[in-house]
Ligand binder design. Structure first.
Ligand code: ADP
Ligand code: F6P
Length: 324
């Protein structure tokens, strides 16, 4: 009987379990054996491989994290490492592999396909940094986690007439900062894609304070290199610009990576997991699945990885207008 392997790789994301569930259930529905590979490429190399059945994925659609665990694995970046991985897959009779992860994991999947393993990538990362798809699994949930945190911080910020800097994840992509900042009503949003200086932020704070704003929220993306020393550097710069400013910093960190996946992420993950298996059954390989204009799409991994993210400057500028 033909077999499909599945692994999760890179930073975990809420919704990965829903994708795992869809892959396992669809594969078994079409008569395939399914092997779960634990801890991403690292687990593949250490043969942490378990056969899965329909009940293996029971009661997980609502759970954050990934039951297959995830990892980052330097050995797999080597040719010898990948050749060892192919031998292990062959030993288990696994000719098809679904990789749930980000661009790094997709690069690994592409190289496995060049060694004869049929691979399909599912975009699982909270960063939303894959240009070929409108959304990656986990982005919507992480965005809502940030919005909830901003709302709580706004409560205390308004009690003390404070400026709160909220640092969010996204690696080199500002989507989490932009959309959560907009939805959270942030007064300033700092992203890697826009060259924002601390002086700009200090000036804006003074303008909004003049019109009566007693408290402010600044959302800062971790990858925003235009601000030296990140949130701490920005706090220092604000205090230098206005000694009276009462500034606090909240780094949301890995809170953004957990939590029950949103309905959007569960539905997206289910659709993408189902599509990934259908592509393997059709004999496709070295492709990734995604969503464009609410339609499920698939395209060649190289084509997907060659696309560059376009930052939504129009929404960024609108957010500035709406928070004056
Ligand atoms: P993400 O998939 O979220 O981008 P990483 O960039 O950390 O996460 O990649 C996850 C894993 O994918 C890495 O630890 C490594 O094992 C594998 N990987 C990443 N880039 C490559 C590459 N260019 N070639 C082979 N394997 C890679
Ligand atoms: O890629 C997802 C992500 O959460 C990034 O937003 C963040 O910079 C990184 O992973 C953190 O990696 P780790 O979990 O290994 O600390």
């Amino acid at each position: 009987m033909k077999a499909i392997g599945i692994l999760t790789s890179g930073g975990d994301a809420p919704g990965m379990n829903a994708a795992i569930r869809a892959v396992v259930r669809t594969a078994i529905y079409y008569g395939y054996k399914v092997y779960g590979i634990e801890k991403g490429y690292k687990g593949l190399l250490s043969e942490e491989i378990i056969e899965m059945d329909l009940s293996s994925v029971g009661d997980i659609i609502q759970r954050g994290g990934t039951i297959l665990k995830s990892s980052r694995c330097d050995e797999f970046r080597t040719e010898e490492g990948r050749k060892k991985a192919v031998e292990i897959l062959e030993k288990f009779g696994i000719e098809n592999l679904v990789v749930i992860g980000g661009d790094g994991s997709f690069n690994g999947a592409k190289k496995l396909s060049e060694l004869g393993v049929s691979t399909i990538g599912i975009p699982g990362t909270i960063d939303n940094d894959l240009a070929y798809t409108d959304y990656t699994i986990g982005f919507d949930t992480a965005m809502n986690t940030i919005i909830d945190a901003i709302s709580k911080i706004r409560d205390t910020s308004s009690s003390h007439d404070r400026i709160n800097i909220v640092e969010v994840m996204g690696r080199h992509c500002g989507d989490l900062a932009l959309y959560a900042g907009l939805a959270g009503g942030a007064e300033s949003i700092v992203v890697p894609e826009m060259d924002i200086k601390t002086d700009d932020i200090v000036k804006r704070l003074k303008t909004t304070q003049k019109r009566g704003k007693k408290h402010s929220i600044i959302v800062l993306a971790e990858g925003a290199t235009s601000i030296a020393d990140g949130a701490i550097g920005l706090k220092k710069a604000i205090n230098e610009g206005d000694e009276g400013a009462d500034v606090r910093v909240t780094v949301l960190g890995h809170v953004q990576r957990g939590g029950a996946p949103s309905a959007f992420d569960r539905i997206l993950a289910s659709r993408l997991g189902n599509k990934a298996v259908e592509l393997l059954i059709e004999g496709k390989s070295s492709r990734v699945v995604g969503i464009k204009d609410n339609k499920i799409i698939d395209l060649d991994i190289d084509e997907a990885l060659s696309m560059t993210n376009t930052f939504d400057e129009e929404t960024y500028e609108m957010a500035k207008v709406l928070s004056i």
